[in-house]
Design a protein around this ligand. Structure first.
Ligand SMILES: C[S@@+](CC[C@H](N)C(=O)[O-])C[C@H]1O[C@@H](n2cnc3c(N)ncnc32)[C@H](O)[C@@H]1O
Length: 201
């Protein structure tokens, strides 16, 4: 759907992190491990992959078999780690899928160290109105593409619906503030088609 651009956006997120070897990083909703791959290319820090879907994480494990990564299966709404554990938490294209976004954000804040940072990449709201209309038209074609080419209309309809319903840049900032984060920076990607929220306690 992003014509492969999601890879560049993930690189943009990782470029923003100043990682040291002794840092402990949690990659939430790790999926097939794209962010972890980029993190490991940058630093041999301690990485924890976390996802509610074991099958997705197995793909990451296969892809990153040479890397030392701890794999934990669980929900973002209930992270099984002590308070103040991680230097950085990364999350790409996962928050939109969480059952309880606000509860997950509170959990993320809890397990993050006091000077730690949370980096979140997610679809957002395009700023330019004409571009937004073009994207709306394009997004109407996605379920059709899912139906005709991939025989899975439902999954692609869900994708578009979840993007439409997800909070925009400002609304997500408010949720992060409500969860207890104090300093939040927002970086738009492609005029807001996605955005990176960098949050500190
Ligand atoms: C679209 S994938 C993104 C994967 C990866 N971060 C990426 O950018 O390629 C979303 C991931 O979120 C995971 N997920 C959905 N709900 C979750 C939850 N409540 N807690 C933890 N992981 C969840 C899914 O299993 C899936 O692997």
């Amino acid at each position: 759907m992003s014509f492969g651009l999601h890879r560049t956006w993930k690189q943009e997120l990782i470029k923003k992190i100043k990682i040291k070897e002794q840092d402990i990083i949690l990659d939430l909703a790790t999926g097939s491990g794209d962010l972890l791959q980029l993190i490991k290319e940058k630093s041999n820090c301690i990485c924890v992959a976390y996802d509610s879907n074991m099958k997705m994480m197995m793909q990451a494990k296969k892809k990153l078999k040479k890397q030392k990564i701890f794999y934990i299966n669980g929900m973002a709404e209930n992270i099984p780690f002590k308070t103040n554990t991680f230097d950085f938490i990364t999350l790409s294209f996962g928050l939109r899928n969480f059952t309880n976004v606000q509860k997950s954000l509170v959990e993320i804040k809890r397990v993050l160290k006091k000077r730690g940072k949370f980096y979140c990449l997610e679809f957002s709201e395009i700023n330019n109105r004409s571009l937004r209309k073009i994207f709306d038209l394009y997004s109407k074609l996605i379920p059709l593409y899912g139906k005709l080419i991939l025989n899975n209309e439902e999954a692609y309809s869900y994708l578009i619906e979840s993007i439409k319903e997800f909070p925009n840049q400002i609304q997500l900032t408010k949720k992060l503030l409500k969860a207890g984060f104090n300093k939040i920076e927002v970086f738009d990607v492609l005029d807001g088609i996605a955005s990176i929220h960098v949050s500190e306690i």
